[in-house]
Design a protein around this ligand. Structure first.
Ligand SMILES: [Zn+2]
Length: 443
């Protein structure tokens, strides 16, 4: 069989009936509990009174405690063995790869991978890349030095496992990367959305229309990818752009198929619960927003049971024209950590990104700053316009943005223009949202 004609990476799993998938997940969930209690000091304590045979349904799963990043930090700090502490699920000598979280929300978490656990992550990523149409005929360019950050390593190894040719593009500046992509006739990119846009912007400055470069597909990682940003990337590159969701601790756990309409949970590799945001005790229905709680079911080195990702997602139900049977995520709405109350209104920065990327193509970069002035919260959108617009875009332009933002978010924004090139360009995690209030919850 010719590989490039194969539609599914693992047809047996990807077309299993939903109840079969759930049965496999519960079985592996039980195994994981048994394993974790035996091998990880953290779970010996936390699941002292829980036994694998107790888990017979999703309802019984929900009786177990949730854990989050803070629990992982506490289980590591000052605990042995260094640096992984009490979460470690294998002997230290079995660890073959060190990874860590980006630390955008505090002290980083160190994540150990044994060779076996790493291969499990790579297999998950094979599903992701295959769904996004990556095939052995692709030459994949990765425009980053990956350092200790996991997503691009996973993408690199999985692309290799699919039979793609991988070009690591670290230690080059942006223009040299563009030249290299052209020189090698690369066909696919793994990138953050922000850097994907920046590459396109630089190509234009070099007199090259990115649509002529020959990139056919791009998988985004590292940041949220609202529809408007994805469309902007697709137009800039003339390519199909795919999203996925995941994190360093649980691995990537859902991704887009060729329909590019929502994300498939990578079942049965994960048991994913989408829980009511307030109570975290009941599962939300199709179309509703909830917090994703993820249990990766095949990693011994770092067993995670019911990890609260704090990702706010819209439940998407089952069924997809692509024929895959796994549950879907209709939309990634943002981070629970980024949800803020500003003047009593619930605000998420993704709402601003949607407006800016869809309706104001003149804006190259932007930044949202929340400050308290006197008793009032003030929210400022700093915008960096295209050079052609000059330093001082018209008042009409500013008013147009602030009116659109007011409609979308119910908040009044102050619009401030900054000089072209003055806002930071991010390669990995962008930090476009700055809440400088001391008491962020109040408002
Ligand atoms: Zn699908």
């Amino acid at each position: 069989m010719k590989e490039q004609n194969r539609k599914y990476w693992n047809p047996l799993l990807e077309k299993s009936a939903p109840e079969q998938l759930l049965a496999m997940e519960l079985k592996n969930f039980r195994k994981l509990i048994g394993y974790a209690k035996e091998h990880s000091v953290f779970y010996q304590k936390q699941l002292k009174d829980v036994f694998p045979e107790d888990i017979t349904s999703l309802e019984t799963v929900r009786r177990l405690p949730l854990i989050d990043k803070e629990d992982l930090r506490k289980a590591q700090e000052g605990k042995s063995p260094f640096p992984y502490g009490e979460m470690l699920g294998v002997e230290l000598k079995e660890v073959t790869d060190f990874r860590q979280t980006s630390g955008t929300t505090g002290k980083p978490v160190y994540v150990p991978e044994s060779y076996e656990s790493w291969q499990w992550r790579v297999e998950v990523w094979c599903h992701i890349l295959w769904m996004a149409g990556f095939r052995e005929t692709d030459r994949v360019f990765v425009p980053f030095g990956y350092n200790v950050y996991v997503a691009f390593w996973e993408g690199h190894y999985a692309a290799e496992k699919l039979g793609c040719e991988v070009v690591p593009g670290g230690a080059l500046d942006t223009r040299d990367r563009i030249s290299k992509i052209l020189e090698l006739k690369a066909t696919a990119l793994l990138s953050t959305p922000t850097y994907g846009l920046h590459l396109a912007e630089e190509a234009f400055k070099m007199g090259i229309d990115p649509r002529t470069i020959g990139i056919k597909r791009m998988l985004c990682a590292g940041e949220p990818l609202p529809l408007a940003t994805r469309e902007r990337l697709e137009q800039s590159w003339g390519a199909e752009v795919y999203d996925h969701i995941g994190g360093t601790e649980p691995c990537a756990w859902a991704a887009m198929c060729e329909e590019r309409n929502g994300l498939h949970i990578i079942e049965p590799f994960f048991l994913v619960e989408i829980l009511d945001m307030e109570t975290l005790t009941t599962e939300v229905g199709p179309g509703e927003l909830g917090v994703a709680v993820v249990t990766p079911l095949g990693r011994r080195s770092f067993p995670l049971i019911r990890f609260n990702t704090k990702d706010v997602v819209r439940q998407g139900g089952n069924g997809c024209p692509c024929g895959r049977t796994s549950k879907k995520i209709a939309e990634v709405a943002g981070r629970a950590d980024d949800l803020r109350k500003i003047r009593g209104v619930l605000f998420t920065p993704v709402a601003v990104e949607e407006i800016v990327r869809r309706e104001f193509l003149e804006i190259v970069e932007y930044e949202i700053v929340v400050q308290r002035e006197g008793l009032m919260d003030e929210i400022t959108l700093r915008v960096e316009p295209q050079e052609e617009m000059g330093v001082e875009p018209s008042k009409v332009f500013n008013r147009r943005i602030s009116e659109r933002l007011k409609t979308k978010t119910n908040l009044r924004f102050r619009i401030e223009s900054v000089l072209p090139g003055s806002l930071p360009r991010y390669t990995l995690k962008s930090k476009r949202f700055k809440d400088l209030r001391e008491d962020k919850a109040d408002g």
